[in-house]
Design a protein around this ligand. Structure first.
Ligand code: FE
Length: 345
């Protein structure tokens, strides 16, 4: 074979490869802790709009470590996850990079993004009180009141070390100071109906079964229970409770985020920025928030009718950067008061 013939054959092979592997000229690789059903509507809408293909790797844990291990060769462009703990944790692990985008800055309020562009919130969820419809008449509650002896033996909550609770406790440190937050946590612990265990929905089940009158949980679980056709008993759990948004008469309810970050060595950075900008748009905000009964971060994009039916959310304006800084101390306080040991018998 002559040199030119070989080149020709090689070129033919390349073009075959190009057409069989992908019809897309641009791609973006997403590493996601969020479930496929949540991302699929977004990725297909984005691809339809831009022609950019989105490849998604799903995992329940270890994505940050995986990106770290892959190093400079990591195919990861965008990380999608929930909770400030995980977003800031990815930054702390050194697997993110800063993104500056006028589009994202205009769409995502400053309180819900890293001041240095390492992570951005896409949806918010409030950590609220579920109260028994039958046994609780209060229409307003505060986090502070969870330490009030009037709730002795009546409150259910998952482990104090769960990231959702750590952020809530960090917000208490930010607002009240460390000493007051610790005292609060001690009072809260002594009001528990049982040793913290199970997930958020298990606490609502505790109200349904009569073990507790007040449960702490994230807002979207109400939607997940109300619409649960796979496990219809959860509809009964949901039906036994009302949501009371804590501190709605003062600073507002504690909120956390689901969000995104640019991976440190993103090989498709330009396409990834376009994807991130799309996720902050009205259209994507609506799709994403509705899929998991959450609140869009972008002002003016309303929550779904179901979410609105739970009452009005007034969100605490404390920045998530501030909460991220206090998470470690919050975790130490949980251990110092032995929160997870439950109420003294
Ligand atoms: Fe959750």
């Amino acid at each position: 074979m002559t040199v030119s013939a070989r080149l020709l054959a090689g070129a033919a092979l390349l073009s075959v490869c190009a057409t069989t592997t992908s019809a897309f000229s641009e791609e973006v690789n997403v590493y996601s802790y969020r479930q496929p059903f949540l991302l699929e509507p977004l990725t297909s809408a984005f691809t339809e709009k831009t022609g950019i293909k989105v490849n998604v790797v799903f995992a329940k844990k270890g994505l940050g470590e995986r990106i770290k291990a892959e190093g400079a060769n990591s195919p990861a462009d965008v990380i999608m996850t929930v909770d400030i703990g995980r977003l800031d944790g990815a930054r702390a692990l050194g697997v993110t990079q800063s993104v500056t985008s006028d589009v994202i800055s205009a769409n995502v309020p400053a309180a819900y993004r890293d001041s240095e562009g390492h992570w951005f919130g896409l949806t918010t969820r409030a950590r609220i009180t579920y109260v028994s419809k039958d046994r609780v008449t209060d229409t307003a509650l505060t986090y502070e009141e969870l330490a009030d002896p009037k709730w002795n033996g009546k409150i259910c909550i998952r482990s104090g070390q769960h990231p959702y609770n750590i952020s809530l406790i960090a917000s208490m440190i930010a607002h009240k100071g460390e000493a007051a937050a610790k005292e609060w946590l001690e009072g809260f612990k002594s009001n528990l109906a049982r040793k913290p265990s199970g997930n958020d929905r298990a606490q609502v089940k505790g109200i349904y079964s009569g073990e507790c009158d007040v449960a702490i949980g994230n807002t979207y679980y109400m939607g997940k229970m109300q619409t649960n056709d796979k496990d219809p008993e959860q509809k009964d759990w949901a039906d036994s409770v009302r949501i009371v948004f804590p501190n709605s008469e003062d600073r507002g309810s504690h909120v956390n985020i689901s969000g995104m970050a640019m991976a440190k060595h993103a090989p498709n950075r330009d396409a990834a920025v376009k994807f991130m900008e799309y996720l902050s748009s009205d259209e994507a905000q609506k799709i994403y928030a509705e899929a998991n009964f959450e609140y869009p971060v972008k002002a003016g994009v309303g929550a779904s009718e179901r979410v609105k039916s739970w009452g009005e959310l007034k969100a605490d304006e404390l920045t998530l950067n501030e909460i991220a800084k206090l998470r470690k101390r919050a975790s130490e306080l949980v251990d110092e008061v032995a929160f997870d040991d439950g109420p003294a018998s």
